[in-house]
Design a protein. Structure first.
Lengths: 209, 209
């Protein structure tokens, strides 16, 4: 199967597996069964085995998976075994939260520059990241090999920012603004929707009554 | 199947379907095929039909789904056809972003009070939500029928806040702090991990090279 055809939901599950394996590793666990890993991720174990089989055979029947080896394998599949230099557009509350979210840099997702249109924000340094004027975008990204652009602007500015990202060769965009971004096929845009998390809590909470 | 046994990943997909249906509805679309809805959600259509079949028969072969009827059906399953009064602990950058995220209230997730330990934040009103001192928690929640508690504190404070929520009868918790929360079985805790979104972008972006 061509990697690009892998459905988004499968990639999401791979990321869930990686997070769970990191926790098991931190607890000093060396081996894990597919049942145990699946349960930790809220997935059934047949699904987990099928997901991993997309990317070649892994694990030994009756023995389980080596936690560090499987984690390394999944990180290589995800492409999170390397550094991903990023830029941020929009230094509002969410932008500030992202710049201060040290777990991102620990996982190789490192902001190299931030942009805003607000004079009061331009020139500030947030967690070692400089905030530039949006109009400086062109020459700032010339200095940095940026791979991912993150949009945390109001909805009204998101498309314009995405167009600017794309014009300057950024191929991967994560959009937190509540609006769908139009983009050419050779650019990846992930739309983040935090409200989905609230739906999940609602679903399970209602069933406790 | 007992609803409570529905795996987290299925609930996640249901929420994705609801979001896509909302977009189709906004575009004035009345009918949709399972293939079209599945594609919009990055899921395969057999999976979509299976998910919906958990909750009874729906749709007419060869005709597709009625967009408004299916949306209503899924919202009833998710429990998002009602109001979910919430409290927030932690009015930092992420907390501020959540309080200002109007899409949440539009979907019935309404903050009725926020809490912090920082004197400079206590007494402020953010998007109509009052910020109380954390020690006032007990009497504030007595006045409000709170269903969900949201944690946006630093990791070091998250467990203490969760314990306080649970002690006061909150059964649904959404935790944005990067730490696992210990909790009794009759309480639901969803851990949010924003880094998973970045993994997805990395996966697809790498494949464009």
């Amino acid at each position: 199967m061509s990697d690009f055809k892998i459905p988004g939901i499968t990639v999401y599950r791979l990321a869930l597996y990686a997070r769970a394996l990191e926790r098991f590793l931190a607890e000093g666990k060396d081996l894990i069964s597919s049942e145990e890993l699946a349960r930790e991720c809220g997935v059934n174990s047949a699904q987990l085995r099928k997901d991993l089989s997309y990317f070649g055979q892994f694990g030994v029947r009756g023995v389980g998976y080596s936690v560090p080896a499987l984690l390394k394998h999944i990180k290589r599949i995800l492409g999170t075994d390397r550094e991903w230099p990023m830029v941020l557009a929009g230094v509002g509350h969410l932008g500030m939260a992202l710049l201060n979210y040290d777990l991102l840099a620990q996982r190789g997702f490192r902001f190299v520059a931030a942009f805003d249109v607000d004079e009061k924000k331009i020139g500030r340094v947030i967690n070692d990241v400089y905030v530039y004027a949006l109009e400086q975008f062109g020459w700032v990204v010339k200095e940095h090999p940026v791979k991912i652009g993150v949009i945390a602007t109001p909805a009204s500015a998101a498309q314009e920012v995405a167009d600017l990202f794309i014009e300057h060769g950024i191929k991967g965009i994560l959009n937190f603004a509540p609006v769908r971004i139009k983009h050419p096929k050779n650019v990846v845009v992930e739309h983040s929707d935090l409200t989905i998390l609230f739906d999940k809590v609602a679903f399970y909470t209602r069933r406790l009554d």
